[in-house]
Design a binder for this molecule. Structure first.
Ligand SMILES: Nc1ncnc2c1ncn2[C@@H]1O[C@H](COP(=O)(O)OP(=O)(O)OP(=O)(O)O)[C@@H](O)[C@H]1O
Ligand SMILES: Nc1ccn([C@@H]2O[C@H](COP(=O)(O)O)[C@@H](O)[C@H]2O)c(=O)n1
Length: 208
C-alpha cells in the first residue's frame, strides 16, 4: 500500500505529481553552503532534500543517454537544459513519498525558473538565499575534496560567472515578489544554521 502522499498524488501536464507540495528553493553561489545547510534543515524540519546537481551527477553515473551531455555541461559550469533537470526533480519528488521539499541549486537561470513553473504549476513557499563572498566560496570549493570534476579553479571561475549572469536574476525575480529570505552565509556553519532555523520556525513558536 502507498503512503498518504502517494495516494493523493495528482496529474499535471499528463504526468503524475505530488499534490500541493511545499517547495523551498535553496539558492546561492557555488560553495556558499547550500548542501551543508540542507542536511541540517532535513534533520530538524522533515523536508526531503533534492539537489539538482546531485541528481544530474547520478544521471551521468546511471549510464543514461543524456550522461555525456550532462558531464560536458558540468565540466564547463554550464546549465543543463531545463527539460532534463525538471524530469529528474519530478521523479525524485514522487519517489520520496514526502510533500515538503528543499530544491537545492534550482532554478539556476530564467529558463529553469519559467519551465518549472509552466510544467509543474508549483510556486515556491519561499527562496532561501545563501549570500557569501566569492573569495570565501572559492576557498571552500578548493578544499572540499569530494573528487568533483568541477571543483578546479578554471571551472570554479566559470561557475561564478554563470551565477552572477544567470542565477542572480532569478533571485531578483523572487526578491521583487518578496519571496527571498537572505542569509549571511560567510559565517561558521552553526551560526548560519541559527539564522536558517529562524526562517523555518513559525512566528508563534519563536521565543520572545
Ligand atoms: N559556513 C561554512 N563555513 C566553512 N565551510 C563551510 C561552510 N558551509 C559549508 N562549508 C564547506 O564548504 C564546502 C562547500 O559546501 P557545500 O557543498 O555545502 O556548498 P554548496 O553551496 O552546496 O556547493 P555547490 O553549489 O558547489 O554544490 C564543503 O566542503 C563544506 O563542508
Ligand atoms: N539547475 C541546475 C543545477 C546544476 N546544474 C549543473 O550541475 C553543476 C553542479 O551543480 P551544484 O549545484 O552541485 O554545484 C552546475 O555547475 C551545472 O553545471 C545545472 O545544469 N542545472
Amino acid at each position: 500500500m502507498g503512503s498518504v502522499v502517494e495516494s493523493t498524488n495528482k496529474e499535471v501536464n499528463g504526468s503524475v505529481a505530488v499534490k500541493n507540495p511545499t517547495v523551498v528553493f535553496v539558492l546561492g553561489g557555488p560553495g556558499s553552503g547550500k548542501g551543508t545547510q540542507c542536511t541540517n534543515i532535513v534533520q530538524h524540519f522533515g523536508y526531503t532534500h533534492l539537489s539538482a546537481g546531485d541528481l544530474l551527477r547520478a544521471e551521468i553515473k546511471s549510464g543514461s543517454e543524456n550522461g555525456t551531455m550532462i558531464q560536458n555541461m558540468i565540466k564547463e559550469g554550464k546549465i543543463v537544459p531545463s527539460e532534463v533537470t525538471i524530469k529528474l526533480l519530478q521523479r525524485a519528488m514522487l519517489e520520496s513519498g514526502n510533500d515538503k521539499f528543499l530544491i537545492d541549486g534550482f532554478p539556476r537561470n530564467e529558463e529553469n525558473r519559467a519551465a518549472f513553473e509552466e510544467v509543474t504549476k508549483i510556486e515556491p513557499a519561499f527562496v532561501l538565499f545563501f549570500d557569501c563572498p566569492e573569495e570565501e566560496m572559492e576557498r571552500r570549493l578548493l578544499s572540499r575534496n569530494q573528487g568533483r570534476e568541477d571543483d578546479n579553479i578554471e571551472t570554479i571561475r566559470k561557475r561564478f560567472k554563470v551565477f552572477l549572469e544567470s542565477s542572480l536574476p532569478v533571485i531578483e525575480h523572487y526578491t521583487a515578489r518578496e519571496k527571498v529570505r537572505k542569509i549571511d552565509a560567510g559565517r561558521p556553519v552553526e551560526e548560519v544554521f541559527e539564522s536558517v532555523k529562524a526562517v523555518f520556525t513559525p512566528k508563534d513558536e519563536k521565543a520572545d
